[in-house]
Design a protein around this ligand. Structure first.
Ligand SMILES: Cc1cc2nc3c(=O)[nH]c(=O)nc-3n(C[C@H](O)[C@H](O)[C@H](O)COP(=O)(O)OP(=O)(O)OC[C@H]3O[C@@H](n4cnc5c(N)ncnc54)[C@H](O)[C@@H]3O)c2cc1C
Length: 455
């Protein structure tokens, strides 16, 4: 994209150093804007972070993150920062599947368009032959459906049933693929969003469907990206929570925290919806900014530690066991702990597990994985429960997702929950940041923006 450089750069405050905020800061700084990022935590990264497991001296992530080949905006940011090698893309989608009906796989072939997945669907073990053909026909209907906006009012499960999908086909095929991407079960999620997502997966061909697996702890990647932004002139203030905003008569926005404040010509609020609501309410802007009341969908990750090598694959999908995806973290991170194995069992849309005590959860998941994959008993386990992993895109929610531009001059929104056309994910987050940056730039053109002092 050719960027027009402004004669006089203006200041923008970005609140929140998750990937939406980082993307906004990147695109603004590229266009010559001076950007300050205010972040409440010590190191940013939002919902992608790592922490140290003291007992083992290992960096663990808050949850395994996966990309698809079609996540072009996120990949672009990594490329620009020289961080492309932090994600390893499969040459072709290849996901081993282990279910009560034995071993199978989901994978692509180098065939044109959506044909890349057809062979795999026709051989997919967990479904009977008639269910496989019906799954292919539903896939065809998804592609022919065109813009799916009118389907926002019904759930994806409802749409699938109308298209001849059995209960098993919904849970063992559609949810096995879709739950990790949408972080919602078929009966919880807007048909419109699910169909858009599957349509992308089919239409973008085998290259778009390839899985990208992170080979470094998430915080290392975020911090290196932040260092790159600093080298481009972006200023960061960590441990700087913003409690309230003030919009002055001159249009200057001041973001205020307990210890500091920063003023600018525009602010991009790159916060999750519940945290944004708190900020807007505190700032008495609630009557001007109508925000949706979204529910959240949890993700559970259970780390399983072994004192030997127990598993030779990178990933495996278990459709019968909450649709869990098992990641072999030792292999992915080429970990130096030779002879040991760390597996991560990732369960998206884990609402049904929310009332179980953490210790029971770990034990139950460990036992299921042990039985299904015929593994030895894990030496120890550790659960990471993220109750607010993403907003839940229930039926009717698509048209409630806000645009980046608000009706308050100088105030813009970013975040994976804004109107991106994507589910809540890294690609959606960075796309929202780019869109918010573009909206800020458009609004600032032609204006004489004052650069206020920061205190
Ligand atoms: C366990 C888990 C697994 C996931 N798996 C995947 C996956 O496999 N693939 C994928 O693409 N996506 C995945 N996601 C989703 C992905 O992580 C998110 O969509 C993305 O990180 C959201 O980025 P964001 O910038 O919109 O929001 P956030 O990351 O939430 O960033 C918001 C930032 O704002 C800061 N903040 C909040 N309030 C204030 C305040 N008042 N003042 C200053 N700062 C503030 C926060 O500290 C945070 O840093 C997963 C998420 C989780 C939790």
């Amino acid at each position: 994209m050719a960027f027009a450089r402004l004669e006089k750069p203006c200041d923008v405050v970005v609140v929140g150093a998750g990937w939406a905020g980082l993307s906004a800061a990147f695109h603004l700084s590229r266009r010559g804007y001076r950007v300050t990022v205010l972040e409440k935590t010590r190191k940013g990264g939002g919902r992608t972070y790592s922490f140290e497991d003291r007992q083992r001296g290992e960096q663990l992530d808050n949850g395994e993150h996966v990309l698809l080949g079609l996540c072009s905006h996120f990949r672009y940011l990594l490329r620009e920062a020289g961080l492309e090698s932090t994600v390893r893309f499969q040459p072709l989608l290849d996901v081993p599947v282990v279910s009560s009906s034995g071993r199978s796989s989901l994978g692509s072939k180098k065939l044109p368009g959506s044909l890349h997945l057809a062979g795999s669907v026709l051989r997919y073990g967990p479904l009977d032959p008639m269910e496989r053909i019906k799954a292919l026909l539903a896939g065809l209907a998804i592609q022919l459906n065109g813009p799916a906006d009118s389907l926002d009012g019904i759930s994806f499960a409802e749409w699938l049933k109308r298209h001849g999908q059995s209960r098993d086909a919904i849970s063992l095929f559609w949810e096995a693929i879709g739950t990790g991407i949408l972080n919602a079960r078929a009966n919880e999620v807007s048909a419109s969003l699910a169909i858009k997502t599957f349509s992308l997966l089919l239409k973008q061909g085998w290259k778009g469907a390839r899985l990208g697996l992170f080979v470094r702890p998430l915080s290392e990647i975020t911090q290196e990206f932040q260092s790159f932004l600093k080298s481009q002139g972006v200023a960061f203030r960590f441990e700087s929570p913003v409690n309230a905003l003030d919009i002055g008569d001159s249009g200057v926005v001041t973001a205020m925290g307990p210890d500091s404040k920063a003023s600018a010509s525009a602010a991009i609020l790159a916060l999750p919806p519940d945290q944004l609501r708190r900020l807007v309410d505190n700032s008495a802007l609630d009557s001007m900014l109508v925000l949706p009341d979204f529910d959240f969908s949890p993700i559970l990750n259970v780390y399983l530690f072994y004192d030997r090598t127990v598993f030779e694959r990178d990933i495996t999908l278990l459709p019968d066991d909450f649709g869990a995806m098992v990641f072999n973290r030792t292999r992915l991170l080429s970990s130096s702990s030779i002879g040991r194995t760390t597996l991560v069992v990732s369960i998206s849309a884990a609402r049904e597990l929310r009332n179980l005590p953490m210790a029971d959860l770990s034990r139950m998941v460990e036992k299921k994985v042990r039985d299904r994959l015929r593994l030895p008993k894990a030496e120890s386990c550790r659960s990471v429960w993220q109750p607010h992993a993403t907003f839940l895109a229930t039926p009717g929610s698509e048209h409630l997702r806000p645009d980046n531009e608000t009706n308050i001059s100088g105030l813009f929104l970013a975040g994976d929950w804004t109107r991106t056309g994507w589910p809540a994910c890294l690609e959606g987050a960075v796309l929202s940041g780019q869109n918010a940056a573009n909206a800020t730039i458009s609004a600032s053109h032609g204006k004489r923006l004052s650069i206020p002092n920061e205190t």
